[in-house]
Every structure is written in structure tokens, then in C-alpha cells.
Design a protein around this ligand. Structure first.
Ligand SMILES: [Zn+2]
Length: 139
């Protein structure tokens, strides 16, 4: 059964059942950090959607951040409308994690629908999860 209208309208875009202010909001504000790589994945997806580019940059693994294409990220985020995130698999072992996901999106230029299927690697440093790299999975 659907929740009441207000609750569903405030639902976090990452796909959790929580409100944005109880979910990815505090991460984007720097008030807390995700306790799992999967939650970081959700928060980063959500940051794309909310155009919280600083957050995307801050959550890059310090070891790989310098080589990361932030401008490419931004221009991609501006050209699409993200619609849904689907976590396919998430595995954590020690300070490393892998999250496989599909992000469903629409190209704003021609309204065409696409799926971005990626396998992302994460690394924990000082108790904080960081995004390390992503590989596009072609099916
Ligand atoms: Zn969220």
C-alpha cells in the first residue's frame, strides 16, 4: 500500500524508504558519513541527481581522486534525468567493497531511455568509505 502523499514526495531519490533528510541529506551536508559502501553508492547517485557535485568530489578515494574526471561527471549529470537506482550486488570485505548497480536514466536531448550498468569499487580509509573506480558493464 502506498504511504501518504507527503511521505512519498519526500522520499529519498536513492530508492531507500526513508526521507531525504533522514537518508542521504546528512551525508551531502557533511554531518555524517555512510557506514557501508552500498550507502555511499546510494548517496553518490543521489548527489548526481541533486547536483551536489562537491559531495561527488569529496567522496573520491584520495589515492585516485587526482585522475578523476569531475568535469565529465558534471556534464553527464546535466545532460540526463536519473530515474531509478537498482543495486544488484554489494560485497564488503575488510576495507574494500564492490557494488554493482544499474542507474536508469533519460537523455534530456532526445528523451531516450538508457541503463548505466556499473561495477564500482570502494575503499575504506580512517573509517570512511570512498569511491575508488567504476567500470561500465556492457551486456
Ligand atoms: Zn538516500
Amino acid at each position: 500500500m502506498p504511504e501518504n502523499q507527503l511521505a512519498s514526495r519526500a522520499a529519498c531519490p536513492c530508492g531507500s524508504a526513508k526521507n531525504y533528510t533522514d537518508c542521504c541529506g546528512p551525508f551531502h551536508l557533511g554531518k555524517s558519513t555512510p557506514n557501508t559502501a552500498e550507502n555511499l553508492m546510494r548517496a553518490r547517485y543521489c548527489a548526481f541527481l541533486k547536483k551536489e557535485y562537491d559531495y561527488l568530489e569529496e567522496t573520491l578515494d584520495p589515492q585516485t581522486a587526482l585522475t578523476f574526471d569531475n568535469e565529465g561527471n558534471k556534464s553527464w549529470a546535466e545532460s540526463v534525468q536519473l530515474q531509478r537506482l537498482e543495486i544488484i550486488r554489494s560485497e564488503e570485505s575488510g576495507n574494500k567493497a564492490i557494488v554493482e548497480f544499474k542507474a536508469y536514466f533519460k537523455n534530456l536531448s532526445d528523451d531516450s531511455e538508457h541503463v548505466h550498468h556499473e561495477i564500482s569499487k570502494f575503499r575504506k580509509q580512517g573509517g570512511i568509505w570512498y569511491f575508488r573506480e567504476g567500470k561500465v558493464h556492457r551486456t
